[in-house]
Structures are given as C-alpha cells and as structure tokens.
Design a binder for this molecule. Structure first.
Ligand code: 5RP
Length: 349
C-alpha cells in the first residue's frame, strides 16, 4: 500500500485506536429530499465536528459543506437509480477520479448489489474503481447494498463483504446482523456498519456497541443520528462508544445529560441549538418526502405520482432491535479485557 493511500485511510480509521465514526449524508442520491436531510447544510453543520469523516455526494459537498473544514470527505461516486425507478441496483459510476481529486476527498464510495439484477455491473464497476482509485492513492469504500428479496443475515452479508474485499475494496460498509462476528472474520478488510432505518436511540447505541464488540471498526451512520430529535447529543453518545469505550448505559446517560444541558442553556438570538435546528427542519420538512427504506428496495410500481408503499420496510417485531446487554454474546457486564473499557471518555477529535 503506498503512502498516500495509507495516509488517507488513516484519516478515516484513526490509527490510535483503529476506530471510525463516519457520518453518512449521501441518502439524497437516490431518495431525494429525505426527512431531516432536506436542508443538508443545516443538518451537517452542528454535527461536523463530532465525526471522523463525512460520506456524501459531490452535490452536497459543493453546496453544503464549508470548504474550510478539516474533516475528511468520503465521496459517493455511484448512482443512476432512484427510489421510484425500476431497479435500484442499476447503478453506474457517475463521478470521475479527476473530480474526486479536485474535491480533495479522502476516499471514494460506491454501492455493490450482490444477488440483484445488476450484480455483475456493480461488481465489475467496483473492481474498475479500485484499479483507478489506487493509481492516485485513494481508498475505496464498498457499500454492500441489499435487495429487498435478500435477507440481511450473516450468510448473505459475509458473502457480499467478502466479494467486495476480493475486488480490492479497502473498507466495507455493511449492516449489523446476528452472528456478526462471522461477517467480520471472513472479511480481510475493515468493516463499518450502517445504522439502517431510524430506531430508538438506545437501540442504535446497542447496535453500535454490539458491532464494535464483534469486530467492526466503527460506524457509517446517518438516519439514526440526524433523524434523532437530538442529533448532537446522539452523535456524541455514539462517539463515546466508538472512541471512548463507553457501554450502552454510559452512552445513553451521556445522551440524556447533553439534552438536559442543552435545555438549560439560555438561548441567545440566532443560536442554532440541536433542538432549534430540528424545529426549523420540521417546519420546513416536506411532509410528502419518502420514508427511507432500510434496504435498497425498489418501488414495484414505477409511477412517480403514486405514494410509494414500499418505502417503509415491513419488519418483524424485534427484527431491527439489536440484542441487549443481557444476551450472552454481547454481555456488557462481562469483564472488560481492557482496563479502561469501563471509563467512557467523550473524545473530541
Ligand atoms: C445510503 C447509504 C448510507 O450512507 C448508509 O446506509 C448509512 O446510512 P444509514 O445509517 O442511514 O443506514 O449508503 O445508500
């Protein structure tokens, strides 16, 4: 691995602890104005200083991120399908490497749809992207997208992650599932987990905790942060798990404490607290904007005027609920291996 590629990777996965907190705000590339991301600039601004890297499209990077930031950008370079189109797996590479370099990104990202109609196209494109990106020392993040007909279980996800790594991806993003360790252990490159559709805050913290305990290096989380009623306390709580060795109880306590502190803060004119930001967004939000599916599933009826019925995935009760601390494999009461593990530190970058 050459110096440039290693250096860029080190900006995304912190070498001090081999952990990563990536904030995902790329959802508009196929979903349009997603709830609470209608105004990407407003959503991103208060969260930027708490993430290690930001995953986004070039449109959002150019229009909605302050170029003075030192936060590394992970640029989505694939697209070509929409939530109301025929098949979400029909993606191509839409951004050139020249453009990625001009935008000074630290990595490029694309989705790969194993088991879907356009599987071949997306896997071949991943291989080509890796070859091209490596010429310039740019790492590639492979996003393992899941078609609705495919289960998000360890068998399928380890297949998808392994294929991504075999094509040369430097980081793989996937979903958390039961027996997640199997997914991690059969993938020779670092794995980060998506948050998926919005779940209660404590459950998202549990998912983060479980994924890291099973070997993920961190998260690539979007909706469970910026769709929270309290995005800043939420990202700080997630950060305390990823970088501060907090357990779920400690992270949730921090979350509640930060909300309280924020509520007790005297509000000055023009102050953009996390609550105010959310209120403004609610007011401005397009009530008809589609709800985001957990997976890249298509709307079966290709009719833009019809309210898509499939936007919210039907879930079995508890399907998305990560196992809580009293489950055997993820027992937070287990004796920590690291003596500092129980000392949560809310780290700043
Ligand atoms: C959208 C993506 C997202 O970046 C990824 O799914 C993470 O976001 P979330 O935590 O909201 O699932 O790849 O296509």
């Amino acid at each position: 691995m050459d110096w440039g590629l290693k250096n860029r990777l080190a900006k995304i996965i912190k070498p001090q602890n081999n952990r990563a907190l990536m904030l995902a705000v790329d959802h508009g590339y196929f979903l349009g104005p997603t709830e609470k991301l209608e105004n990407a600039k407003k959503t991103i601004a208060p969260l930027l200083k708490y993430c290690d890297s930001l995953m986004l499209t070039r449109g959002v990077q150019r229009t909605s991120v302050d170029p003075n930031t030192s936060v590394p950008m992970v640029l989505r370079v694939s697209g070509g399908a929409s939530i109301i189109g025929e098949d979400l797996s029909q993606e191509q590479i839409t951004v050139t490497m020249k453009e990625a370099i001009r935008l000074n990104v630290s990595a490029v990202a694309m989705s790969m749809f194993v088991g879907s109609k356009y599987e071949n196209q997306t896997i071949v494109n991943l291989g080509k992207l890796v070859s091209e990106a490596e010429e310039y020392g740019i790492p590639v993040l492979a996003v393992t997208a899941v078609g609705k007909e495919l289960g998000k279980d360890a068998r399928y996800l380890s297949l998808a992650c392994r294929i991504a790594a075999e094509q040369g991806a430097h980081i793989v993003k996937t979903y958390y599932c039961d027996n997640f360790r199997k997914v991690v252990e059969s993938c020779p490159v670092p794995i980060i987990v998506a948050g998926g559709k919005k779940i209660p805050e404590r459950d998202a913290m549990q998912l983060t905790y479980n994924a890291i305990k099973a070997g993920a290096v961190g998260v690539d989380m979007g909706r469970n942060i910026w769709q929270s009623q309290h995005p800043v306390p939420m990202i700080r709580a997630i950060r305390s798990i990823v970088h501060g060795n907090a357990n779920v109880d400690q992270a949730f306590k921090l979350y509640q404490q930060l909300i309280k502190e924020n509520q007790n803060k005297p509000k000055t004119a023009g102050q953009n607290s996390s609550n105010q930001n959310q209120k403004t967004q609610k007011k401005n939000s397009n009530k008809n904007s589609p709800k985001i599916p957990t997976t890249h599933q298509k709307n079966p009826k290709n009719n833009p005027n019809q309210k898509p019925k499939n936007f919210t995935q039907k879930t079995k009760p508890n399907q998305n609920k990560p196992k809580t601390s009293n489950t055997k494999s993820n027992n937070q009461n287990q004796k920590p291996k690291n003596p500092n593990q129980n000392k949560p530190q809310e780290t700043k970058k």
